[in-house]
Every structure is written in structure tokens, then in C-alpha cells.
Design a protein around this ligand. Structure first.
Ligand SMILES: *Cc1c(COP(=O)(O)O)cnc(C)c1O
Length: 348
């Protein structure tokens, strides 16, 4: 049977992850919040501790391999999950990874610069570079292009994973497929969702799910929780990626203006920084469900979900799917700020 998503199969892809990932009911946390909560366990995508970047990079590495690349360049925050998974994918495919670490979060502790994802990047043997700015995607991409040119001059065949959204958002294709995967799982269980909640950063996950579900005739709201930009800038970012995706999937006109919903209610004080709402969400998930959330993305996304329940955007009793996008290595990099708080936290 043909699917509106068949065109995704025309893009080169290498399988890197475990899929389908489990879709699990949160039998304690859901009732504690007054909703029926399901967790899409994309923290379990497998490669080098998993997370959402595995699905995204399957298409970047597919493209890299189809071009005969032997070296991949990628950029991100010091505790980037993207660069860690890219470093592992490169090893799996017998390529070299050059990763550029941006100075995006100030006031970090020693562990932030030594543990978590950074420890894993080094274990995976990636070549590390630093970049002094954290909020200039164009400049970060240009720095990688210059390095790629130098590597090409040495006879390497480099492929750059850009961080600014290009004409074809390859990474989002992974979440177009995930949208279909979740739809199939929900149908097998015999349920439908009233809403989905996901962290929204580069917007590849958010836009991929949104475009995928709409193409499949699934109309649930996709509630993006801002982890990096305020709501106005993030809505523009998601829309840009959804439109690019619509063109790539030959569904022009399916741009989704008015269908992009983001909240920055729990973003303060900014990217990679904890606040009380994030701490509460991490504690609730751990204490009620044995479910670990990370301090940068999924803790904030769950805090956003809780905010939506408390303010009525998510009605009591709704059936909600929360996308667990991974990120757990960062737990260890945030040990200095999480540790003192945990010793004070009630044990329920
Ligand atoms: C990158 C990342 C996100 C954000 O996903 P985008 O596709 O960049 O919006 C969410 N959670 C984790 C753990 C991530 O590493």
C-alpha cells in the first residue's frame, strides 16, 4: 500500500538505531499529573546511549556515504548529544568525526567540561575543536566549511552536517518516519492521542513529527517546548523547517502555518540552565516512574507538559504522548548543580 511518506524512501539512509522504540504507559506519573501519559522511548534508540539524534543522523550519514565521504564534521554545544552520536556513527561506518564544540552555556562546572557527552566524544576518538560563540549558527557552519576545505586539500572527503536549516532538512526525515511508527504503535494498542509533547530545539524533531502526522491525516496538536529560543523565534524556526520539509516531500502547501505551537513558559534562564520547574519535572519522573530525564531537553519538555496541564492547555484526563528524546549522558555533566539539590529533595 502506498503511503504519503513513500518519498522519504528516496533519500539515502543508513540504519544506525534500534527501531521501533517502545511506546510505554506511565502508569504512576500520568495519574499523578491527572492525565493518561505515554512515553515514546527514543532514549532507547541504541547507538552510544541513543536519543533523537540517532534517527536524524541516519539520513545525514546516508547522504555522506552516497557522496563517498570518509570524514564527517558536526557542531554543537559542549554537552551536545548530536556530536556524541555522530562520533559513534562515524566509527560504526569507518569514518572520522571532527566535532566542533560551541561555547553556548556560561557558568558551568568542571564536570560540564569533562564528563557526560564530552567524555564519550573522547572515548569515541573524535577530533575535537572549539568555537568561541554559542548562538551563531551561520558562523559555526562557516567554521566547519573552512575546516572541510582544509581536509579536502589534504585528500580527505569531508561531509558537513550543517546546524542552520538548509533547503532539505535531512534530520527531520527521521522524525517523519517516527511519526508513522508512533501512529502504527498506537493503532496496535488500540488508542489515539489527544496531544504530543516534545522538546523543540533545532526543530527537526518537532517539525518532522508535525509534518509526518499531518501527511498521514493525524491532527493531534504537537506541543513544542522551547529549550533554546523564545516562543516567537522558535515558532518561526519550526515553520521554516516544516515548509522546507513540505517541499522535500512534495507536499507544497502543507506548510502548517497556524499549526505550529510552542511554549517558552519554562525556558528561563535559558539554554542548558536549570530552573525549579525542570528540577520538579525530573524529580516527578524519577520518583513516580523510575524514568530518568536530562537537565537540558527532556526535563524541560516534561516541565512544559506539566505547565500545560496546570494551565489547562492539556485538559485533565487527556491522553498524551511524551517524546523522550534522550540526552541522559548530560545528567553526569550537571552533577555539581544536581547533586546539592538532590540531597535536599524530598524522597516523595
Ligand atoms: C537535540 C535534542 C533535542 C532537540 O531536538 P531537535 O530536533 O534539535 O529540536 C531534544 N532532546 C535531546 C536529548 C536532544 O539531544
Amino acid at each position: 500500500m502506498s503511503s504519503p511518506l513513500d518519498v522519504v524512501a528516496r533519500f539515502p539512509r543508513v540504519r544506525l538505531g534500534h527501531a521501533p522504540t517502545p511506546l510505554e504507559p506511565a502508569r504512576n506519573l500520568g495519574p499523578a499529573l491527572g492525565i493518561e501519559l505515554w512515553i515514546k522511548r527514543d532514549d532507547c534508540t541504541g547507538l552510544a546511549l541513543g536519543g533523537n539524534k540517532v534517527r536524524q543522523l541516519e539520513f545525514h550519514f546516508g547522504e555522506a556515504r552516497s557522496r563517498g565521504a570518509d570524514t564527517v564534521l558536526v557542531t554543537g554545544a559542549v554537552q551536545s548529544n548530536l556530536v556524541r552520536v555522530a562520533a559513534a556513527a562515524a566509527r560504526r561506518l569507518d569514518m572520522t568525526a571532527h566535532i566542533q564544540l560551541e561555547d553556548r552555556v556560561d557558568d558551568t562546572g568542571e564536570l560540564y567540561r569533562t564528563s557526560g557527552n564530552l567524555l564519550l566524544d573522547r572515548m569515541l576518538g573524535a577530533t575535537l575543536h572549539t568555537f568561541p560563540v554559542g548562538e551563531d549558527e551561520g558562523a559555526a557552519d562557516q567554521a566547519m566549511e573552512r575546516r572541510a576545505a582544509a581536509l579536502a586539500a589534504e585528500g580527505r572527503k569531508p561531509y558537513v552536517v550543517h546546524s542552520a536549516p538548509g533547503p532539505v532538512p535531512l534530520g527531520a526525515l527521521g522524525y517523519v518516519l517516527a511519526a508513522e511508527e508512533i501512529k502504527v504503535q498506537a493503532r496496535e494498542i488500540g488508542i489515539g492521542f489527544d496531544a504530543a509533547v516534545t522538546a523543540s530545539g533545532s526543530a527537526l524533531t518537532h517539525a518532522g513529527l508535525l509534518a509526518g502526522w499531518r501527511a498521514l491525516g493525524e491532527w493531534m496538536p504537537v506541543l513544542g517546548i522551547c529549550v533554546r529560543r523564545d516562543a516567537i523565534r522558535q515558532a518561526a524556526r519550526v515553520t521554516e523547517v516544516v515548509c522546507a520539509l513540505a517541499r522535500a516531500l512534495r507536499r507544497e502547501g502543507a506548510c502548517g502555518e497556524g499549526d505550529v505551537e510552542v511554549s517558552d513558559a519554562v525556558l528561563s534562564p535559558g539554554y542548558g540552565k536549570l530552573n525549579d520547574a525542570v528540577r520538579e519535572a525530573m524529580a516527578l519522573a524519577a520518583h513516580h516512574e523510575g524514568l530518568l530525564l536530562d537537565p537540558v531537553y527532556t526535563g524541560r519538555a516534561m516541565a512544559g507538559l506539566i505547565h500545560h496541564v496546570r494551565t489547562g492547555r492539556i485538559a485533565a484526563g487527556s491522553r498524551v504522548v511524551f517524546i523522550h528524546t534522550g540526552g541522559l549522558p548530560a545528567l553526569f555533566a550537571y552533577g555539581e548543580s544536581l547533586g546539592p539539590w538532590l540531597s535536599e529533595a524530598p524522597t516523595r
